[in-house]
Design a protein around this ligand. Structure first.
Ligand SMILES: Nc1ncnc2c1ncn2[C@@H]1O[C@H](COP(=O)(O)OP(=O)(O)O)[C@@H](O)[C@H]1O
Ligand SMILES: [Mg+2]
Length: 265
């Protein structure tokens, strides 16, 4: 089957070529050179070389294919076991302070991200870390909540929000810090439909680079580039329509067989 190939399908940018950035991109982009990740003795990502310079990039793949691990690597939350990750001159795993302004990450599970008991404390924290005064941070938080028609959330205990609302709160916290690159791990999965639509519109309009993980092809169909991972390797990398068509075919083949008997890795 196609998704068992060791090499990327020839659908545009091959892994590592790094071509195809849209003109006018203002972020510096993240580059992986032979970056591998081994976790608890298990190889999870295999010698990946990618130059992520496009403004909208989607990453698709089945459960366990390595998507979240790749995002953690890009954000510097883990270091490569071998090879390098660079954002301009920064090494994301080492230059943590500079990375605060450079890259924001939204985790799949908001409860892995939220640190504070109330909404306004959670939202202000990152801004204060970036050097704003408490008063400046409080004003920015109030402005954002007002623009989201959620001023009533400010003093609410985070524990009173639903899972989807907590996910949304985490996204707002990332947006407030205005990082040049935003990494999203399944951003829409736990949100209700109106919030999904609102969020999708908001993400679409962002000037920043946005790299989105999803197992749902529709969520990344508008991307400039889509990368399909399988068992810790890039299977296809290129224009969204071509990669998603190949991915959809492969997933349909799997669904027609017995999808869960073959666990990657
Ligand atoms: N801390 C860890 N220790 C060992 N294996 C891990 C760890 N984290 C993830 N893995 C394994 O790495 C593979 C990829 O995981 P992940 O990146 O979460 O995939 P995805 O996000 O595509 O579902 C899975 O097989 C998973 O079990
Ligand atoms: Mg994941």
């Amino acid at each position: 089957m196609r998704n068992r190939r060791a090499d990327p399908l020839p659908l545009g940018f091959a892994g590592g070529s790094g071509g195809g950035a849209p003109e006018g991109a203002s972020f510096s982009g993240i580059t992986l050179q032979d970056a591998s990740v081994t976790l608890s003795g298990k190889p999870v990502l295999h010698a990946m070389s990618l130059s992520l310079t496009q403004r909208r990039i989607g990453i698709v793949g089945r459960n366990g294919s390595g998507k979240t691990t790749l995002l953690r690597l890009l954000a510097g939350l883990i270091a490569p076991s071998s090879g390098t990750v660079r954002l301009g001159n920064l090494d994301p795993a080492r230059d943590r302070r500079a990375m605060l302004a450079a890259v924001g990450i939204l985790f799949q599970n908001p409860d892995h991200q939220i640190l504070f008991p109330t909404v306004d404390e959670e939202l202000s924290f990152g801004l204060v870390q970036m050097g704003l005064t408490r008063a400046e941070a409080a004003q920015a938080v109030a402005d954002l909540l007002a623009s989201e028609a959620r001023s009533h959330w400010a003093t609410a205990p985070v524990s009173t929000l639903s899972h989807g609302q907590r996910h949304y709160l985490c996204l707002l916290a990332v947006l407030l810090m205005e990082p040049a690159t935003i990494l999203l791990d399944e951003p829409l999965a736990s949100l209700d439909l109106p919030t999904q639509l609102r969020l999708a519109r908001r993400l679409q309009a962002l000037p920043q680079q946005v790299i989105t993980i999803s197992h749902d092809p529709a969520a990344v169909a508008g991307s400039d580039r889509v990368i399909w991972l399988e068992a810790g390797r890039v299977v296809a990398d290129g224009a969204a329509a071509a990669v998603l068509a190949a991915f959809g075919d492969a997933m349909a083949d799997r669904g027609a067989a017995d999808a869960d008997t073959d666990i990657p890795g």
